[in-house]
Design a protein around this ligand. Structure first.
Ligand code: BTN
Length: 255
């Protein structure tokens, strides 16, 4: 029982102790007609997946490893907006429950004091340019102590408990996220992406800064100007040219 106050999001929540990947299970459920709002949640993942074919460290009992299925009737080009929408939902839930102020690094990382506390992986199932399902995978490092992270992540990752100085109740975080996401999603369906963009900007940490965007096609360095009305990152290189970045790995340059 998760104390949910939502109508659709988190109804149902399918909880597993150990899975390979909640994302994989959510894909299977979505293919079998799972309804919008369904969440797959696990205490541990043995094969957690990150973006760009990376793995995702998902230690037992320490985090929130979940995948949310939604079915908006939108064109496939708009699906990446849900990464931003989910990021705003998680940021709000973290403020609410842990009393911390995370920043969002476009498109999908939540940072606290420059270290990653949450990653989001948005995938979709589509047909003829329309979305059939979006599967939003969310990994939040909640109750890790510094020693719980593998060596390779020590400098890059952090948890809510490390910054809050106490354990954070995971069920409350899930509950708060569901409510915030549902409200944002309703706003999105009524009024489009613009109100979500405005909120997203209040959390953004990379905007106005010099960044490096690494893509399959190559790397572009320049100043992050902001996101456009679709959620696409606008990056101005040193010659003044503005690039529209749909997907990339972002490094904020240190000066
Ligand atoms: C990233 O930053 O690379 C995205 C990480 C997404 C991790 C979550 S944990 C729950 C869901 N299941 C997975 O296998 N991955 C996502």
């Amino acid at each position: 029982y998760w104390g949910l106050e939502t109508k659709r999001i988190g109804r149902p929540i399918r909880f597993f102790e150990t899975v390979d990947s909640t994302q994989k299970i959510a894909h299977e459920l979505a293919a079998n007609g799972a309804e919008e709002g369904t969440i797959v949640l696990a205490d541990e993942q043995t094969m957690g997946r990150g973006r760009l074919s990376r793995g995702w460290h998902s230690k037992k009992g320490k985090g929130i490893w979940m995948s949310l299925i939604i079915r908006p009737d939108i064109a496939v080009q708009k699906a990446p907006q849900f990464t931003l929408l989910a990021a705003v939902g998680v940021a709000g839930a973290i403020e609410d429950v842990a009393g911390l102020s995370p920043k969002i690094k476009w498109p999908n990382d939540l940072l606290i004091e420059g270290k990653k506390v949450c990653g989001i992986l948005t995938e979709m199932v589509s047909q003829e340019n329309r979305v059939l399902a979006i599967i939003i995978g969310i990994g939040i490092n909640v109750n890790h102590r510094p020693g719980d992270f593998p060596d390779a992540l020590k400098d890059k990752a952090t948890s809510l408990a490390i910054h809050a100085g106490k354990e954070i109740p995971r069920a409350k975080l899930v509950q708060s996220f569901c409510l915030k996401f549902e409200r944002l999603y309703d706003t999105y369906l009524k009024a489009g992406f613009l109100p979500v963009k405005t909120l997203w900007e209040t959390y953004a940490c990379s905007i106005g800064q010099r960044i490096e965007a690494r893509m399959v096609q190559g790397t572009i360095r320049g100043k992050a100007l902001g996101i456009d009305e679709e959620g696409v990152l606008l990056l101005q290189d040193d010659s003044g040219r503005i690039h529209h970045i749909y997907s990339a790995d972002i490094e904020i340059e240190k000066d």
